[in-house]
Design a protein around this ligand. Structure first.
Ligand code: FES
Ligand code: FES
Length: 179
C-alpha cells in the first residue's frame, strides 16, 4: 500500500503493508532512529512521536492512519541551533540516565506543553505515563516545569519583537505611532 505523509516537514511516501506500525516505517524504512522501541504494546511510551501535534505511541499505530498527516519525531522537534524549550530544559537539568526512553518523554512533554502551557504536577502525572527503567521521573517532571518557563520566555520575547516590528512599520509607512 502506498502511504504518503509529512515527516518532520518533508513529504515522504512509502510502499508497505498498511498495518505496519508507524514506528517500523519511521525507523526501518525512513531511517530515523531517534524514536525507540520498548514494549510494542502502547504501554511504555518509548515510541512516542507526534501525529498532527498529538502525542501518539507509534508502535501501535498502523502507518495507513498517518496518510496525509503531519508526523514529527524527536529529530524534528528542534535542532542544535534552535532547540525546543523541552530540549533546552532536558539538557539544563541533565534529565537522561541511559537515555533510551527519553525521546518518548520529550515528545510527550512537548505535546503536553502545546496543550497546557503551564501544567501542574497533577497534569504532568496524568499525561506523562511513559516508563523509565532508570527512574528519571522526578527529573522529567522538574524539566517540564522548566520547559514551561523557557517557552514562556520565548513567547514573551517574540511578542516584544513583534511589537517593535509593528512600531517600525508604522513609522516607515508614515502611519504615525506615538514613539
Ligand atoms: S514501544 Fe510503543 S509504547 Fe512501548
Ligand atoms: S533514562 Fe534509561 S530507561 Fe529512561
Amino acid at each position: 500500500m502506498i502511504v504518503s505523509f509529512s515527516l518532520n516537514g518533508e513529504a515522504r511516501t512509502v510502499d508497505v503493508p498498511g498495518d505496519t506500525p508507524l514506528l517500523w516505517v519511521v525507523r526501518d524504512d525512513l531511517g530515523l532512529k531517534g524514536t525507540k522501541f520498548g514494549c510494542g504494546l502502547a504501554a511504555c511510551g518509548s515510541c512516542t512521536l507526534h501525529v498532527d501535534g498529538e502525542a501518539v505511541r507509534s508502535c501501535s499505530l498502523p502507518v495507513q492512519a498517518a496518510e496525509g498527516r503531519e508526523v514529527t519525531t524527536i529529530e524534528g522537534l528542534g535542532d542544535p541551533e534552535n532547540p525546543h524549550p523541552v530540549q533546552r530544559a532536558w539538557i539544563e537539568l541533565i534529565v537522561p540516565q541511559c537515555g533510551y526512553c527519553q525521546p518518548g518523554f520529550m515528545m510527550a512533554a512537548a505535546a503536553l506543553l502545546a496543550e497546557t502551557p503551564n501544567p501542574t504536577d497533577d497534569d504532568i502525572d496524568a499525561t506523562i505515563t511513559n516508563i523509565c527503567r532508570c527512574a528519571t521521573h522526578a527529573r522529567v517532571r522538574k524539566a517540564i516545569h522548566r520547559a514551561a518557563e523557557l517557552a514562556a520566555e520565548v513567547a514573551a520575547g517574540a511578542r516584544t519583537a513583534e511589537g517593535r516590528r509593528n512600531g517600525d512599520t508604522s513609522s516607515e509607512d508614515g502611519a504615525g505611532g506615538d514613539r
